[in-house]
Ligand binder design. Structure first.
Ligand SMILES: [Zn+2]
Ligand SMILES: [Zn+2]
Length: 663
């Protein structure tokens, strides 16, 4: 990729290093006022000593941060997944002296980040054939900027990619069988949570037990919803990952049906409780997923764009009817994703610039005398189909860029964020606006709003004049409802947040016209439609709450509830850098949070210090860390994973930050 104007440049491949620094560095928690005092690791996170549960003479499950299968053959063991490696401490009590083999259900860090110690001790590693590359060469993922910016077509592999490579000795295809001591093990492909995930059917001591990774969490539950984001085809229509909310739920259910056919007496998930009635647990999950999806479809904006995908739901009670739109007023032009408001004076107010073509079109309008000047650029949100033309726009037209203050934080410093469809080129914002701030533009009164609809970082603009109340809502609505089909955009459920907030704002603002950037027609929602959508969202909060184990469903849909800020940063050798772990507590309870960065070996391996804080309900809090980049550090990209403890949840390597060390 060209690096022209890019805020961070990649070192050349030959000099690129991945997670290897050559000198020691220190990690220290800063003395920043709102952050916790320094403490030794030992003072914090003393994990309750996890026990291994005996299932039969030769089979145990270690219930640590994840569940790990232990098959014992005299003093040797085979592990199914290894999590953060803490399972090692439970093995001596079982009379196990060596781990001969570790086999993985899938490549996520929570499954496999502790693999290194077993590999060094000589364990043979088995992994799903389809995910071999993710184990052996995660650097290929991290060093490819296409996995960081403009992410649209695929969210797989996911950012829970390993940060250190794990050598794979055996790659397993569907149907592969192998023995270990008294056990017979069969590999079955069970995609859904990841594309290449497998489950292990273990027959030992007269039992048949399935280790199913993250296919299911507990009776009728899954651990997260964001991992199901995937494109799909239905009714002759086809959508990509960005549009595929819960798009892999069919595949997941098929995988669980395959597991069910083995008639296991127990199902052991990676996260969650051992299920002793697998049939019932799987049946309950299938029902809940369908109920959640039906609720999602009921008011989905996607029905407007891809009706063929949803014909199964047409006419069902509980689906919001779609009213036709109507013509926009004469003061508006629509080109691509851009709306242009033209004043009687001939001045133009441009909203979004998704491509360089927009700039050409506006030039033509100027040349043709259709408009006399370009007065301003408004930005609805950060997606590339609304911003890609902005760098050229800002070079071409001398006018201020105006938008909501919170969105401006993303636009002006994009590499600090990890969000879908975000471009890495910063956008200049001359006028960041407060929520509700108004100003006069020729005959129109403009009011800027924070509008956490399609994404959390989104604005809306109310334009009043000529007897009209035109509300520009970016991509947040179509006549069929709300645009929340990409979980990575952070659409929060709950009263007072997300679309509940947006819908109550519409009711307050009472627009005569609403405009979406991708829809030619104007539309509105009646009070009854707004009430209906809010009821569906209330119900959704309840339904998704039942589907997941967290005490609020947003933890399962918002993969950024734990995130690093800045997500990527450049650093000079010998410099000091800061990193915040930002926690969004979606719960109605206060939680204690602890975190530590897992620095690579030359940094001293596991850092000695943890940061901790108490995060009040429904609040966001940052834990600040400071690092020294060793003066002898090789240039290149470093991925630093962070362990997080959130209330009862131990989440090894749950977040990561990227540091590009420069000359
Ligand atoms: Zn996983
Ligand atoms: Zn968008």
């Amino acid at each position: 990729m060209s690096s022209c104007g890019k805020p961070f440049s990649m070192p050349s491949a030959s000099r690129r290093r991945f997670l290897k620094l050559s000198a020691a560095a220190t990690l220290a928690i800063s003395g920043c006022a709102h952050f916790p005092e320094q403490r030794k690791k030992a003072d914090l996170v003393r994990p309750p000593r996890a026990e291994a549960t005996r299932l039969s003479e030769h089979l145990y499950v270690y219930q640590g941060p994840i569940n790990i299968g232990i098959i014992r053959d005299a003093d040797k063991a085979l592990l199914i997944d290894c999590g953060d490696g803490s399972v090692a401490s439970a093995l001596p009590d079982l009379g196990i002296r060596t781990v001969a083999q570790v086999v993985f259900t899938h490549h996520h860090r929570d499954q496999a980040c502790g693999a290194g110690q077993f590999v060094s001790a000589g364990a043979k590693i088995g992994a799903p054939a389809a995910e071999r590359e993710s184990f052996e060469n995660p650097a290929a993922y991290w060093n490819n900027d296409k996995n960081l910016w403009r992410v649209y077509a695929s969210f797989r592999p996911h950012r829970l990619m390993l940060t250190e490579s794990v050598r794979v000795d055996e790659a397993y295809a569907d149907g592969h069988r192998f023995p270990f001591g008294p056990a017979n093990i069969q590999v079955i492909a069970t995609p859904g949570h990841t594309d290449g995930a497998v489950s292990y059917v273990v027959e030992v001591d007269g039992k048949r037990i399935v280790f199913c990774g993250d296919c299911i969490y507990d009776n009728g539950q899954v651990w997260d919803i964001w991992s199901l984001q995937k494109g799909f085809a239905k009714g002759g229509a086809k959508i990509g990952a960005y549009h595929g909310f819960m798009g892999d739920r069919w595949t997941l259910i098929e995988s669980l049906e395959r597991i069910r056919q083995f008639k296991p007496s127990m199902l052991i998930p990676s996260h969650g409780r051992i299920m002793r009635q697998p049939d019932e647990a799987i049946g309950a999950l299938a029902k809940r997923l369908e109920a959640c999806y039906e609720n999602y479809v009921a008011i989905s904006a996607l029905r407007h764009y891809f009706p063929a995908l949803f014909t199964d739901y047409e006419g069902r009670p509980g689906q919001m009817p779609i009213r036709p739109g109507f013509a926009p007023p004469d003061c508006l032009r629509h080109i691509g994703t851009t709306w242009i408001l033209v004043s009687k004076t001939g001045a133009a107010f441009t909203m979004d610039a998704g491509s360089n073509n927009i700039v050409q079109q506006i030039r033509k309008m100027l040349d043709a005398g259709e408009i006399k000047s370009v007065d301003a650029l408004w930005v609805t949100h950060y997606h590339h189909d609304h911003t890609e033309g902005i760098p050229l726009f800002q070079k071409t037209f001398d006018c201020p860029c105006i938008t909501d203050r919170r969105l401006a934080e993303v636009l002006t410093n994009p590499t600090a964020w990890r969000l879908p469809c975000l471009i890495s080129e910063p956008v200049r914002v001359e006028k960041p606006m407060e929520d509700g701030q108004s100003w006069q533009w020729h005959e129109f009164k403009m009011t800027s709003y924070f509008y956490p609809g399609q994404t959390l970082y989104h604005s809306a603009l109310l334009v009043e004049g000529e007897g009209l109340r035109m509300f520009f809502v970016g991509d947040s609505h179509t006549p069929s409802g709300i645009d929340d089909y990409c979980t990575q955009n952070r659409n929060f459920l709950g009263r007072g947040v997300g679309f509940q907030y947006c819908l109550s704002l519409i009711k307050k603002v009472r627009p005569t016209h609403m405009f979406n950037c991708h829809v030619k027609d104007a539309f509105t929602f009646t009070d009854e439609e707004i009430r209906f959508m809010r009821r569906v969202l209330d119900e959704r909060e309840r339904l998704f709450g039942e589907l997941v184990p967290w005490d609020h469903p947003n933890f399962a849909t918002d993969e950024s509830w734990v995130r690093c800020f800045p997500y990527t940063q450049k650093a000079k050798r010998g410099s000091r850098i800061q990193l915040d772990l930002v926690i969004t507590n979606h719960s109605a309870k206060t939680y204690e949070v602890q975190c530590c960065a897992r620095l690579p070996e030359p940094f001293g391996g596991q850092p000695a210090q943890w940061a901790q804080a108490s995060v009040p309900e429904k609040a966001e809090k940052s834990l600040r860390m400071e690092f020294h980049v060793p003066p002898a550090a090789a240039t290149g990209r470093y991925v630093i994973p962070l362990d997080v403890v959130f209330g009862p949840w131990r989440l090894p390597e749950f977040a990561e930050a990227i540091v590009d060390v420069e000359e």
